[in-house]
Design a protein around this ligand. Structure first.
Ligand SMILES: [Zn+2]
Length: 204
């Protein structure tokens, strides 16, 4: 079995919760299911978000993924979300969101066009990450995939009141939020991120 990131087949594999326990606790997400799935078949219990798992190798899990998790937690939860979002923080957010989008896609047995190995050391080219905020979200952890056959076109991820969309370059329109990656030079502030409409989280 190959690691989905470093692509090595000779490493011990570990089961990884796509959303870490600290995050599930932080947003009281233990019982939540994806909001888009609650409209589906009433007799099929949708999988809890906290229970979505995939496999990654032990080196990736304990190495760059662990550091990225700590950095993401600091950027999003260490202080109030106000003021400028420095370029370094935008890269941390973009990389964590892209890593999470890849794992969510893998968990669904679909595929997202991305230079996975590049994620091990930084943020790959050819990916757009858009950010927005949601006023009083009905749940504080959520995701939705826009999948065409076995190909994932885009992934929406909600953490607390921050909504992100991740996709290959050019797929996403501006209505999903402000582009935080690729980096632009001008200043970006938490307060000026667009606020998107309520309702089930959607990719389209
Ligand atoms: Zn690996």
């Amino acid at each position: 079995m190959r690691c989905p990131f470093c692509l090595r087949a000779d490493r011990p594999m570990t089961r990884e919760h796509v959303f870490a326990h600290w995050l599930v606790r932080q947003v009281h997400g233990g019982r939540l299911v994806p909001s888009a799935s609650t409209r589906g078949e009433a007799n099929v219990a949708p999988l809890r978000i906290a229970r979505v798992v995939t496999s990654v190798c032990a080196d990736c899990n304990a190495g760059w993924m662990s550091s990225l998790e700590v950095a993401f937690r600091r950027v999003l939860f260490a202080r109030r979300r106000s003021g400028p979002i420095p370029a370094a923080d935008r890269v941390i957010l973009a990389r964590w969101l892209t890593k999470t989008a890849v794992l969510l896609t893998d968990a669904q047995g679909a595929s997202l066009e991305i230079d996975r190995a590049r994620l091990v050391t930084g943020m790959p080219e050819g990916i757009d990450v858009l950010l927005a905020r949601r006023r009083r979200p009905p749940q504080r952890l959520d995701f939705a995939l826009d999948t065409d056959g076995s190909r994932t076109r885009s992934v929406a991820i909600l953490v607390d009141d921050v909504v992100a969309h991740v996709a290959s370059s050019g797929v996403l329109g501006g209505r999903h939020g402000t582009r935080i990656f690729p980096l632009r030079t001008y200043a970006l502030r938490w307060e000026t991120l667009p606020v998107i409409a309520p309702g089930a989280l959607r990719t389209g």
